[in-house]
Design a protein around this ligand. Structure first.
Ligand code: AMP
Length: 285
């Protein structure tokens, strides 16, 4: 039976296991999106470690830290079903012991725009906790979902800049059959809100089609979609098309672009994105 472990047992257990370590950091409330990451790690690595830690430093003061779901038993069962070897469930003190004084900040457009503009300090919280977890688990490969496209870009940059000895493995977004991206926050949505949330995916696939047809122009397509979303029962934070490598906003359709959206539906903040390039790893209309 898989159980939650804490330091120093983490290092003791890891010392007993041999071969490349695959690591999937999560905040729990695991769904099929997380499970796809765990399954891929299982296929590719001798040892698979998942972590479950709801990291307070990546939440803003008025965000959903308190009500974030924490179904530990169900999460342990999901990890067991995916063949995870160790589930690391650190306490706040394990991650941020007294005296902890380091912050990791990836600067520039990778973290400044999009969610970075709406959630000040968020990516600093993410980079810091991920660096700390990497230091504790010492993985060879770490698996991140493209659902959180900007997070993936920030973590990839951090690993490269600090020359951390591991490979970041991007994994495609897992969706419901109707296109809704799986998220631990979807459980907050009422039926009506869920139907509204689906419009975000529709907007992204509309942009994908416009990208493929080359018309209307990027500016016109974005304006049209923003107007459409603003008429719905949601608060649009951003809808942008950016260059995948730099996250700089694009001013015309071109290769290697991603469309990203963030909106608050009811009391729930949702994000989604699709890769527009034809050779992108996922989601073609
Ligand atoms: P979270 O628990 O939200 O911090 O997510 C943990 C990891 O799971 C991150 O790398 C996310 O990008 C990834 N993830 C979350 N939702 C999905 C999804 N629908 N498809 C693929 N990966 C996901």
């Amino acid at each position: 039976m898989l159980r939650a472990i804490h330091p120093p047992e983490l290092r003791q257990q890891l010392a007993l296991l041999h071969g490349p370590v695959g690591f999937v950091p999560t905040m729990g409330a695991l769904h099929a999106g997380h499970r796809a990451l765990l399954a891929r790690a299982r296929r590719e690595c001798a040892v698979v470690v998942a972590s479950i830690f709801v990291n307070p430093t990546q939440f803003g003061p008025h965000e959903d830290l308190e009500r974030y779901p924490r179904p530990l038993e169900a999460d342990l069962a999901a990890c067991a079903a995916e063949g995870v070897d160790l589930v690391y469930t650190p306490t706040l003190e394990d991650v941020y012991p007294p005296g902890f004084a380091t912050r990791v900040r990836v600067e520039g457009p990778l973290s400044a725009g999009l969610c970075g503009a709406w959630r000040p300090g968020h990516f600093e919280g993410v980079a810091t906790v991920v660096a700390r977890l990497f230091g504790q688990v010492r993985p060879d490969r770490a698996y991140f979902g493209q659902k959180d496209f900007q997070q993936l870009a920030v973590v990839t940059r951090m690993v490269e800049d600090l020359q951390l000895p591991l490979t970041v493995v991007p994994c495609p977004t897992v969706r419901e059959p109707d296109g809704l991206a799986l998220s631990s926050r979807n459980r907050y949505l009422s039926d009506t809100e869920r139907a509204t949330a689906l419009e975000l995916h529709r907007t992204l696939t509309d942009l994908q089609r416009a990208w493929q047809a080359g018309m209307p122009s990027l500016g016109t397509a974005l304006e049209r979609e923003r107007e459409r979303l603003k008429r719905l029962e949601l608060t649009l934070q951003y809808l942008e098309v950016v260059q995948a490598a730099t996250l700089q906003p694009a001013d015309a359709w071109g290769p290697d672009q991603v469309a990203l959206v963030a909106a608050v539906v009811g009391a729930t903040r949702l994000i989604d994105n699709v890769r527009l390039s034809a050779d992108g790893p996922e989601e073609r209309p």
